[in-house]
Design a protein around this ligand. Structure first.
Ligand SMILES: C[S@@+](CC[C@H](N)C(=O)[O-])C[C@H]1O[C@@H](n2cnc3c(N)ncnc32)[C@H](O)[C@@H]1O
Length: 224
């Protein structure tokens, strides 16, 4: 990929300083998910995360590691954490240190091949896609990269905040405007249909649905 084609992914990851990460669970997972995006963490997102978590899992866009830290683990659990921001990787790694996760510093849109030939039975992308720049077709390059790291029959799954067309409430509209202006979000034009078509380019079995202003999705790699 030429330098000109590289997506500017810096702003969507750079905000996660150690200080911001200390407030992240309270503000994003506690207040924003419930009051702005109408998709509560405890009753919707956490059970969804747990449903598809396997003993050989890759978490992409790790934040504070909340979902992993609050999920029951399999015996001989294997976890790999992938993120563009070292602070996020360190916060999540420290939170699940007893599981001895592998840590990969990598940009899902401008991959360097840091995952090598590794494959996983499940890959989660929670609240990552709306942080990526460009339209859904550009962001879907992340699916092209990640689908190569699924084992046959493995599941990629996640959740992402939809764009302006979702009809956000007062708080949602203000956060959308602020975060998109600062480059933290790049989701103004994101739609459920765009997400579905991005996933369908890489996976045969795709499901997308909406809860509040959030799109949830699962996509399965073929069995052979
Ligand atoms: C909004 S947080 C989501 C954290 C967590 N998954 C959750 O749902 O609470 C987004 C995370 O994605 C990471 N991120 C943003 N852009 C990225 C990119 N291009 N490649 C890899 N990680 C990225 C950020 O550093 C941050 O840790």
């Amino acid at each position: 990929m030429s330098t000109r084609d590289r997506a500017n992914t810096h702003d969507g990851a750079a905000v996660y300083s150690p200080g911001i990460l200390k407030m992240y669970d309270w503000w994003v997972l506690g207040i924003s998910n419930r009051c702005a995006w109408l998709c509560p963490t405890q009753s919707i997102l956490l059970p969804f995360f747990q449903r598809h978590l396997t003993a050989n899992h890759l978490d992409v866009g790790v934040g504070t590691g909340f979902y992993l830290a609050n999920s029951p683990m399999h015996p001989a659990q294997r976890i790999t954490l992938l993120d563009l921001n070292r602070n996020s990787l360190e916060a999540a790694r420290a939170r699940i240190a007893s599981l001895q996760p592998s840590v990969v510093l990598e940009d899902v849109l401008n991959p360097s091949g840091a995952l090598g030939e590794e494959r996983f039975d499940s890959i989660s992308l929670f609240f990552l896609m709306h942080c990526l720049p460009g339209g859904m077709a550009d962001k879907a390059r992340a699916f092209e990269t990640l689908h190569r790291h699924l084992t046959p029959g493995g599941t990629l799954y996640g959740a992402t905040i939809l764009g302006d067309g979702a009809g956000h409430n007062w708080l949602g509209r203000r956060l959308m405007k602020l975060y998109n202006a600062k480059g933290l979000f790049g989701n103004k034009t994101d739609t459920l249909a765009g997400l579905e078509s991005g996933l369908t380019r890489c996976f045969a079995k795709v499901k997308v649905w909406q809860h509040g202003k959030v799109a949830l999705f699962t996509a399965q790699a073929p069995l052979h």
